[in-house]
Design a protein around this ligand. Structure first.
Ligand code: ADP
Ligand code: ADP
Length: 238
């Protein structure tokens, strides 16, 4: 479902005169495959390249070399218009939720559908079940500022699911939450994986997150995937 082949990403930092001051090799020749229906975690220290890796999957960050294929479609070769279409199949959630503060819960979840040109009546039909799925049916008219962190992440999850994606990318999705709220968000993600068959790729610096929901885990260090195993094997001492 998600395939990275020979993906490298080097950030180029410009100096004052516009010349190249420094290059940062953030990802080095990554080969990586997540089969459909799996929950795969990538764990590593701060600066290891986790965020760059997950942002390369939907081309928020464009790889310097290599190919990215999602759901059988190679994204790295697509035109901008085709890439925008393909991105409907890839939902994403973030550490700080990234909700629009001047829109209600309902309108935040409706936004991607509005942008896709979905008709008003169909938006109503699609948003309500999503709010039910994430347990926020009674919060439709509230604004993000009125919600707890866990509730905000639930809104973000509903929004990410609105375009009926095949893949959900989770960028440190529970890092801003307390342990109890983290557990409830992870339970929701597990539920979504089971009920909707969604493939989930998550990055985290927390072992507990990996242990609690991932099927498989990769360890990233200094831009390289240095280990990969089923979660049960990864945490068993040799
Ligand atoms: P992680 O998510 O594991 O903390 P990142 O992918 O954010 O790691 O960063 C990997 C490396 O790339 C780090 O050295 C970081 O400083 C660098 N980096 C990340 N984003 C940028 C950027 N936009 N410009 C320059 N360097 C960056
Ligand atoms: P605006 O129309 O000024 O952008 P909003 O951002 O609040 O206002 O709403 C955007 C869309 O979402 C509108 O079509 C609005 O009718 C709809 N909407 C907002 N809140 C709800 C709700 N609780 N239930 C149903 N539809 C809602």
């Amino acid at each position: 479902m998600i395939e990275l082949h020979d993906v490298s990403k080097t950030y180029v930092l410009k100096g004052r005169g516009g010349g190249i001051a420094r290059t940062v090799p953030a990802l080095k020749k990554i080969d990586f495959h997540v089969p459909a229906g799996r929950i795969h975690g990538v764990i590593g220290l701060s600066g290891a390249g986790k965020s760059t890796l997950i942002r390369c999957v939907n081309l928020l960050e464009r790889p310097t070399t290599g190919t990215v294929t999602v759901d059988g479609q190679e994204l790295t070769g697509l035109s901008r218009a085709a890439l925008n279409q393909a991105r409907h199949r890839i939902g994403m959630i973030f550490q700080h939720f990234n909700l629009l503060t001047n829109r209600t819960v309902f309108a935040n979840v409706a936004l991607p559908l509005e942008l896709m040109g979905v008709k008003r009546a169909e938006i109503q039909e699609r948003v309500t079940p999503l709010l039910e799925l994430v347990g926020l049916a009674d919060k439709a008219s509230q604004y993000p500022a009125q919600l707890s962190g866990g509730q905000k992440q639930r809104v973000a999850i509903a929004r990410a699911l609105a375009s009926r994606p095949k893949v959900l990318l989770c960028d440190e999705a529970t890092s801003a939450l307390d342990p109890q709220t983290t557990a409830s968000i992870l339970a929701l993600l597990r539920d979504i994986n089971r009920k909707l068959g969604l493939t989930i790729l998550l990055i985290t610096h927390e072992m507990e997150v990996v242990k609690s929901i991932c099927h498989r885990v990769s360890l990233i260090s200094d831009g390289e995937l240095v280990e990969e195993a089923e979660v049960g094997d990864f945490f068993t001492a040799p």
